[in-house]
Design a protein around this ligand. Structure first.
Ligand code: GDP
Ligand code: MG
Length: 419
């Protein structure tokens, strides 16, 4: 996905004349990529129209970095689409709140309920879990197991078949016990069916939740919009959680869920463990959707600065994951060709690195840089110790980026467009 978007952008920045046709070609390419990431067809079309409206063709033609301008426009547009314009209800400590979870069976509700409870427990809340899934055998056991592990009080029954009755009993009991975050897990059934939505409506009416969270599996693809809308029509969904973001799905369905429920995404699930839970942050999510990661700016520089014939060599080192200070030195040499920005800093770094030994330059172990070595390098280069530390920090930062790129497991070595 990121590959085709960067290819589209690269093609455009290579074009000497930017006219309507070049822009359209580029937008079509980006649209194709977004569709592959499960963004709904209609939303892709809207985005395309919006971009055409906001991107000024003349500025684009004159702009030195057309790719940047377009990338920024697509990025901003997708961020806007993920922002419903109003925040969701957030529970307050010491004040009893009821939060009801809805979603299809297998979407990750029970797992996510536990994660949500655990997350708030760590923040000082007194959460409790109520199992109102009487449809699936084993549902109560699953919730009980999660709750016990996390030392969170729970309520449910093996005998009772009325989900509304259990939900009400559970909520009442935990209100009496002064729990301030009462979480109601519900059934999902196998598909979207009238009985399920009627059940959700009844549980919601009986427990009067302060917030209904719609849980959606990130891998459901183009079905996301209809599914989210179906739940929104029976209960007043106020927030969305996207699960299984640790898998292959890029999560384009999140845009659909936000549009269909007019509610924000608040968390994402990133694994089966109770800790695999992250506060949703729009920008990194969109970066992932576009396949550009935090390091997109850095990659752009590599594309622009490093001569094409040297790229395979760099990629080889990249895929081996050995990012030494020497490699950073070589990259800085390349970056110097870029113009005045940051040149002074890089020159300063390189002066200091000139005072380093071969062993120091080739090591990838930051622990090697002991205090005495740092002092020696500072003296040797005539720079303050602070500057050497600063340079080493920069190295650590870049090495981390490198680690991320290594994690991408380049499918075809030597193919930069895979990034
Ligand atoms: P429910 O039917 O909606 O209650 O879904 P469950 O909570 O039982 O989850 C269904 C399956 O998805 C279980 O095997 C979970 O371990 C798994 N699951 C839930 N959330 C995640 C996630 O964020 N990542 C991964 N990899 N698996 C998840
Ligand atoms: Mg469940």
């Amino acid at each position: 996905l990121g590959g085709s978007i960067s290819r589209a952008l690269a093609q455009m920045s290579n074009a000497t004349v930017i006219d309507e046709k070049v822009l359209n070609d580029c937008l079509n390419e980006i649209s194709r990529a977004l569709l592959q990431a499960d963004v709904q067809f209609k939303m892709v079309r809207d985005m395309q129209a919006n971009i055409k409206r906001i991107v000024n063709l003349e500025a684009l033609a004159a702009g030195t970095n057309k790719r940047r301008i377009m990338q920024q426009a697509v990025f901003t547009e997708l961020c806007n689409m993920l922002d419903p314009g109003k925040p969701s209800f957030t529970p307050k400590k010491g004040k009893p709140s009821v939060v009801m979870f809805v979603g299809l069976q297998g979407s990750g509700k029970t797992t996510t309920c536990s994660k949500y409870a655990y997350y708030h427990q760590k923040k000082g809340f007194k959460p409790a879990l109520v199992c109102a899934d009487t449809f699936r055998a084993g549902a109560f056991d699953q919730l009980k197991q999660n709750a016990t592990k996390a030392k969170i009080p729970f309520y449910g029954s093996y005998m009772e078949s009325d989900p509304v009755k259990i939900a009400v009993e559970g909520v009442e009991r935990f209100k009496k016990e002064n729990c301030d975050l009462i979480i109601v897990d519900t059934s999902g059934r196998h598909k979207q069916e009238a009985a399920l939505f009627e059940e959700m409506r009844q549980v919601s009416e009986a427990t009067k939740p302060d917030l209904v969270i719609f849980v959606m599996d990130s891998s459901i693809g183009q079905a996301a919009f209809d599914q989210a809308q179906a739940f929104k029509q029976s209960v007043s969904v106020g927030a969305v959680i996207i699960t299984k973001m640790d898998g292959h799905a890029k999560g384009g369905g999140a845009l659909s869920a936000v549009a269909a429920t007019k509610s924000p995404v608040i968390f994402i699930g990133t694994g089966e463990h109770i800790d695999d839970f992250e506060v949703f942050d729009v920008k990194p999510f969109v970066s992932r959707l576009l396949g550009m990661g935090d390091w997109s700016g850095f990659m752009d520089k590599i594309h622009e600065v490093i001569p094409t014939d040297q790229q395979p060599d760099l990629l080889q080192k990249l895929s081996e994951g050995s990012f030494s200070l020497r490699l950073m030195y070589e990259q800085f040499q390349n970056l110097l060709k870029m113009g005045p920005i940051g040149q002074a800093k890089i020159k300063r770094y390189m002066t200091m690195m000139d005072s380093m030994t071969d062993a120091e330059l080739d090591s990838t172990n930051p622990k090697l840089m002991t205090e005495s070595r740092i002092i020696r390098i500072a003296r040797g280069s005539g720079r303050p110790v602070r500057d050497v530390m600063d340079m080493l920090e920069e190295y650590k930062r870049l090495a981390k980026i490198w680690g991320k790129m290594k994690g991408l497991k380049l499918q075809k070595k030597g193919d930069m467009s895979a990034l």
